[in-house]
Ligand binder design. Structure first.
Ligand code: ADP
Length: 249
């Protein structure tokens, strides 16, 4: 893809809950510039794996390398400052603020942290402009003054993407970005992700195989905490073990 550089690597990453192994020795490599999909049946360990990457959980064993640096024992905020950012949950968007205010709030939250575009001397006008730009990027320009609570579900997810993009992530973690959406929203959000991937890396948990097949460069399949297949979509989707895992889910 853009390069062969490995932006994120896990080595033997393991998480046990009272003896139950939810993530079991996962060796994953994510290449810079890729859209990399993480798939697997319910209970496979995908959420736990994401929680390890964001430091929401500490691993029992194993290592996380980001751009070659061991970040395993870093604090969550420190990891986020490096540009490894998980999409905000809908609950992190303020329902009684307008759509534009939410993006501005996200931009302000980013102040003083990583963020490449932001300079201390930037005016509030710059912030406002940037917020408008982000709204346009996710197709919400006509919703700017709507109260967030009134947005249809698919548009709320697009707003969540905008508030995440406000933090200028280098590697963006997306957790089931099309979950619960109708066909139209799914195709719109899929295109948004594709566009958002320009100049960055995306690792996403996604159940919808149409979405995965249309935008993922590589996929990793987890089952019972271990990787059962990994590689370009075209290869992995033909793997009999993968097909079987999906039948059972
Ligand atoms: P997925 O996201 O792929 O559906 P999860 O990571 O949510 O899978 O869960 C993997 C396994 O770990 C499941 O069997 C789940 O019940 C178990 N698990 C997850 N979190 C905890 C926890 N905090 N305590 C005990 N077991 C957990």
């Amino acid at each position: 893809h853009l390069s062969e550089e490995i932006i994120l690597e896990t080595r033997g990453l393991t998480k046990e809950f009272k003896g139950f192994v939810a993530v079991n020795g996962v060796d994953l490599k994510v290449r810079r510039g890729d859209i990399h999909a993480l798939i697997g049946p319910n209970g496979a360990g995908k959420t736990t794996f994401f929680n390890l990457l964001t430091k929401f959980l500490l691993p029992t064993r194993g290592t996380i390398l980001y751009r070659g640096t061991d970040i395993t024992h870093e604090k969550p905020a420190q990891t986020a400052r490096r540009g490894l950012v998980r999409s905000f949950q809908i609950s992190a968007v303020f329902p009684h603020m307008t759509v534009l205010e939410n993006v501005r709030a996200a931009l302000q939250r980013g102040l003083g942290t990583t963020f490449h575009f932001w300079k201390p001397e930037s005016s509030l006008y710059g912030l406002h402009d940037r917020a408008r730009q982000l709204l346009a990027q996710v197709g919400l320009q006509d919703f700017a003054d709507e109260l967030t609570v009134n947005l249809p579900y698919g548009r709320k997810r697009a707003l969540e993407l905008a508030t995440t993009l406000a933090l200028e992530p280098e590697l963006m973690l997306l957790d089931e970005p099309t979950q619960g959406m109708g066909h139209e929203d799914v195709s719109r959000v899929t295109q948004l992700i594709k566009k958002a991937s320009e100049g960055r890396t995306i690792l996403m948990v996604e159940h919808n195989m149409n979405v995965v097949s249309s935008i993922a460069d590589r996929i990793t399949v987890l089952q019972r905490g271990t990787i059962i297949a990994d590689g370009p979509y075209a290869e992995v989707s033909k793997n009999p073990q993968v097909i079987e895992a999906y039948m059972g889910s």
